[in-house]
Write a protein that binds this ligand. Structure first.
Ligand code: PGA
Length: 255
């Protein structure tokens, strides 16, 4: 049985006071008896405080939204995986579509970031997903296959078992138009089968595949009810404590 995960990607939102109020709210509305793992991905400046604030909770984990593909050096503005690990961060989102499109991150860069994460004991949350044009031209499976192959296939089976994939169709991110549960299940199964072909059945049964793209309190239960959807990567709705907690509770009812 795969541990379910609900991750909140705060992106570049909230000031410090708002960020701390959000953590407090989530902590009040959830508890450690929940089986599902809660992951919070605040902006870099709040990572330490969010980590300290949630320290006493056993099912809240902290993720960064990005890391450098390099170890250290003269790279003004960059943040390395080892720095993140040294302040208690446990995982890192890599290859989000906003990084791919706005910051031109290639599959090769993303693969290097995943390497830096593993070298520093950070669990990568690897994002993939097709654009609207790619879905319309029916190339979505090919696109996701290329992204998964480029980002993951160089890794050993044991590393792949430990990682998290987030399928996030670009047309569903921040649009209010989520993938249907059929579309999500179809792609999640496709990704799991890619992993199976490459690494075998046991690895494919261990890897967690989250769905992301306009998840909210209303659609969460249906999306999470799909057998190959192991949780969600939530953007906009993760900024509202009551809604994010409802999403966690929807997962909890299923798991
Ligand atoms: P959204 O974002 O939930 O606001 O669509 C998801 C994401 O980008 O991770």
């Amino acid at each position: 049985m795969r541990t379910k995960i609900i991750a909140g990607n705060w992106k570049m939102n909230l000031d410090y006071a708002q960020a701390m109020a959000l953590v407090d709210g989530i902590m009040q509305m959830t508890d450690d008896n929940m089986r599902c793992r809660i992951v919070l991905a605040p902006p870099f400046p709040y990572l330490t405080q969010v980590e300290m604030q949630s320290k006493l909770r056993t099912n809240i984990f902290i993720a960064a939204q990005n890391c450098s593909d390099k170890n250290s050096g003269a790279l003004t503005g960059e943040v390395s995986a080892s720095m993140l690990r040294s302040i208690g961060v446990e995982s890192v989102i890599i290859g989000h579509s906003e990084r791919r499109t706005i910051f031109n991150e290639s599959d090769a860069t993303i693969a290097e970031k995943i390497n830096r994460a593993f070298e520093n004991d950070l669990q990568p949350i690897f994002c993939c997903g097709e654009s609207l044009a790619e879905r319309k031209s029916n190339s979505h499976f090919e696109v996701v296959k290329t992204q998964v192959a480029g980002g993951v296939y160089h890794l050993s089976a044991s590393k792949v078992s430990d990682m998290i994939v987030a399928y996030e169709p670009v047309w569903a991110i921040g649009t209010g138009v989520n993938a249907s549960s059929e579309q999500a299940q179809e792609m999640h199964l496709f990704i799991r089968n890619l992993v199976k072909e490459k690494y075998g059945n046991s690895v494919s049964q261990k890897i967690r595949i989250l769905y992301g793209g306009s998840v909210n309190a209303e659609n969460a239960a249906e999306l999470f009810g799909c057998p190959d959807v192991d949780g969600g990567l939530v953007g906009g709705a993760s900024l509202k404590p009551a809604e994010f907690s409802s999403i966690i509770k929807a997962m909890e009812k299923i798991s």
